[in-house]
Design a protein around this ligand. Structure first.
Ligand code: F6P
Length: 360
């Protein structure tokens, strides 16, 4: 059984296709997809779908996930409404494992980010034959060089910077582009370098507003000039906190990040920047659409190897890209620490080397 959990990400369908195509080369394996992560098993009636070669034809191109996904709830924290109208969560993992057994599921491949792989680990510790596949546009899983979807998001952001440059230059404006990534600045840093941004603000390096202002002024000759700022949604000023809101959505366990771009614009105005400032929030455009070729290849490799891990009985592992190989790492290691940017790392050095102000 294959399932996709957490936020969607370009390349999920390519992984599913890789799994199904590899399984079809064996005589005695049938692949089913569980709808919306584990919810398809937890719901009554059960929502699972047979995935054969015909169903996955040409899927490497398609964004999203044909079996749906969710970043709410799950077998260990299933939301339940109480009599007084408030919500609580219950652990339905044992019940779910019994149901999987009843359905004759021999193995599960869970395609997802850190939250999903924590669920994989919990279920593996309870005896489930499970293999993880790392996905997220945020690239914040530490045991793989890259997660698929990340490079596509970077490409989308880079294309957006290319477009913003021409309008910024025409109007002598400061443009702030807010990108996703949660607590990791990978999307921001990669796209800032690729797009030739002037300033890049990431969660791992809290910024000094005066440094940002100074760089803006350096980009102008009196009133002529322009400036491109890429800010990660999780970035914050020195001594400040992240900008976000509680969604109030049942089972959603995160603060919804967003708004730092507009906040930065307001702070820059208050700090005395007189140029026009505009803010563009790319939002979910970074997650939609077709994966670029790199992600199609990586996702296909992950899918094929994940199926082979099942055939080899390598459960409790997550497939991972350790250039040039696809290897297995234990789920425990995979979720231990997030992959964040070290302020002393090579890519930050490169960014500073081409004059990008990081705000520190
Ligand atoms: O983890 C992927 C991600 O796109 C983050 O970059 C972002 O903060 C979050 O998901 C958005 O989640 P949602 O789709 O629930 O708004």
């Amino acid at each position: 059984m294959v399932l996709t959990g957490g936020g969607d990400c370009p390349g999920l369908n390519a992984v599913i296709r890789g799994i199904v195509k590899r399984a079809s080369q064996e005589n005695d394996w049938e692949v089913v997809g569980c709808i919306e992560s584990f919810n398809g098993v937890l719901r009554e009636p059960t929502e699972i779908e047979i995935l054969d070669e015909k169903r996955v034809e040409g899927l490497q191109i398609q964004g999203g996930t044909i079996i749906g996904t969710t970043n709410k709830g799950g077998p260990f924290a299933w939301p339940v409404k109480q009599n007084d109208g408030t919500w609580t969560t219950v652990d339905r993992s044992d019940e779910m494992l019994r149901k999987l057994q009843y359905l004759g599921i021999d193995a599960v491949i869970n395609i997802g980010g850190d939250g999903s792989q924590r669920i994989s680990l919990g279920l593996y510790n309870k005896g489930l034959n499970i293999v993880g596949v790392p996905k997220t546009i945020d690239n914040d899983l530490s045991m793989t060089d890259y997660t698929f979807g990340f490079q596509t998001a970077v490409q989308i952001c880079t294309d957006a910077i290319d477009k913003l440059v021409t309008t910024a230059a025409s109007h002598n404006r400061v443009f702030i582009m807010e990108v996703m990534g949660r607590d990791a600045g990978w999307i921001a840093l990669h796209s800032a370098i690729a797009g030739g941004a002037d300033i890049c603000l990431i969660p791992e390096i809290p910024y000094d507003i005066n440094k940002v202002k100074a760089k803006i002024e350096q980009r102008y000759n009196k009133r002529r000039g322009y400036c491109i700022i890429v800010v990660a949604e999780g970035a914050m000023p020195k001594g400040g906190t992240v900008t976000g809101t509680e969604t109030g959505e049942v089972g959603y366990q995160h603060v919804k990040l967003g708004g730092v771009g507009e906040q930065l614009a307001a702070d820059l105005k208050e700090a005395g920047v007189e140029h026009d400032i505009r803010c563009t929030i790319l939002g979910h455009l970074q997650r939609g659409g077709t994966p670029i070729a790199f992600d199609r290849v990586l996702a296909t490799e992950f899918g094929v190897r994940a199926m082979e891990f099942v055939l080899e009985g390598r459960f409790g592992q997550m497939v991972a890209y350790h250039h040039p190989d696809i290897v297995g790492v234990s789920l425990e290691e995979a979720v231990r620490t997030p992959h964040l940017i070290d302020p002393n790392e090579r890519l930050v050095h490169t960014a500073k080397g081409v004059g990008i102000e990081m705000g520190d």
